[in-house]
Design a protein around this ligand. Structure first.
Ligand code: 13P
Length: 189
């Protein structure tokens, strides 16, 4: 989704057009950031445009493997939050969904541990609270994404800091049915 509502931007889809078909948009995915050079500033413009059109943005954050190895996860994530999620009003600050997707875990079969993802998600909520206050930080949902399957979704759902999963590869396999079943069970328990 692009952030302008009209104009000559060949290949892009305006938020008003997306709104006719969808209620939710994924923004700032690492594939968009890497292959399409999307910056935090652009992700921020898209996030604000989505909210203005009543679309719920799922804003993706995450460090790459080098940053992970160097112990830079928190500083990378903090900068992404400050820039990608800047300028939300009080109501908007309660509406977004964040997905923590470490790039080294996407499509690699090497998922983060629930404890590791939970630790970063706890940090994301804390950082978000510093900007938008504790009640907004408690209102938003923060998901984990990266090599989630039916074999590990239970552990992620059982972690108190993780509100759900953003499923990629497994969402187009039969395994997805099992992921949904396990998640629904975890939410009800
Ligand atoms: O990028 C993802 C979802 O947006 C995660 O992808 P995988 O579940 O295939 O690792």
């Amino acid at each position: 989704m692009y952030y302008e509502d009209k104009g000559a931007f060949t290949g892009e889809i305006a938020p008003g057009m997306v709104k006719e078909l969808c209620s939710t948009v994924i923004l700032g995915h690492s594939e968009r950031r890497t292959y399409f050079c999307e910056s935090d500033e652009l992700v921020n413009k898209k996030t604000l445009a989505a909210l203005a059109y009543g679309l719920r943005p799922i804003v993706c954050l995450g460090e790459n493997s080098e940053q992970y190895e160097l112990g830079e996860t928190q500083s990378v994530i903090k900068a992404q939050i400050q820039q990608s999620l800047a300028g939300l009003n009080e109501q908007q600050a309660q509406q977004i969904v964040i997905a923590y997707e470490p790039i080294w875990a996407i499509g690699t079969g090497k998922a983060a541990t629930a404890a590791g993802a939970g630790h970063v998600i706890h940090f994301i909520r804390h950082t978000y609270a510093e900007i938008y206050g504790e009640s907004a930080a408690q209102a938003i949902r923060i998901l984990y994404g990266g090599s989630v399957t039916s074999a590990n979704i239970g552990e992620f759902m059982a972690h108190p800091d993780i509100d759900g999963g953003l499923i990629g590869g497994a969402s187009v396999k039969n395994d997805f049915v099992e992921i949904v079943r396990i998640s629904a069970e975890a939410i009800q328990s």
